[in-house]
Design a protein around this ligand. Structure first.
Ligand code: 4NP
Length: 159
């Protein structure tokens, strides 16, 4: 069994959390830790279950070398708190929804993904869904930064 299990959560699971899933998975693969760290993503809503990531997210990710094409939307569930050690929300609203769902027995880490970022100008990954293309570039750069920080944190703590 993998030693550390990481779940990224946003609202729809078609923009931010699949981007985090694809980016962090690549960082884990490149670090040779694929057998030790499992990565997944989910949405707090049930709006996009079984859907592929948003085209704008997929294109921004692919241009930077991350392939999101195998990912499909799913909704986060109470059971996820038994299956994951790190549950990382993209924004405060996602985090509030997760805190509602979180059983008192959960002993893992529930928090904001950008806690692990070096760029301290942002606490949240802004929802790009209703905005322009530039929002997707910002999402990707915030996620790359936080992914590097998260990997460094996990390596220090577990490996
Ligand atoms: P995500 O973005 O939470 O980053 O996947 C959104 C996707 C869809 C919607 C909102 C945000 N929506 O309203 O359908």
């Amino acid at each position: 069994m993998a030693k550390v299990r990481v779940l990224f959560v946003c609202l729809g699971n078609i923009c931010r959390s699949p981007t985090a899933h694809g980016v962090f998975q690549k960082f884990v693969d490149q670090a040779g830790l694929s057998a030790d760290i499992t990565v997944d993503s989910a949405g707090t809503s049930n709006w996009h279950i079984d859907e592929a990531p948003d085209r704008r997210s997929s294109e921004a990710a692919l241009a930077a070398g991350y392939d999101l094409s195998s990912l499909r939307g799913r909704q986060v569930a109470r059971k996820d708190f038994e299956k994951f050690d790190y549950i990382l929300a993209m924004d405060e609203s996602n985090l509030a929804d997760l805190e509602e769902l979180c059983p008192s027995s959960f002993s893992g880490h529930l928090g904001l993904f950008l806690e692990f970022a070096r760029n301290k100008n942002y606490q949240e990954v802004p929802d790009p869904y209703h905005g322009g293309e530039e929002g997707f570039g910002l999402v990707l750069s915030l996620i790359e930064d936080a992914s590097a920080g998260l990997l460094k944190h996990l390596k220090k703590k577990y490996f």
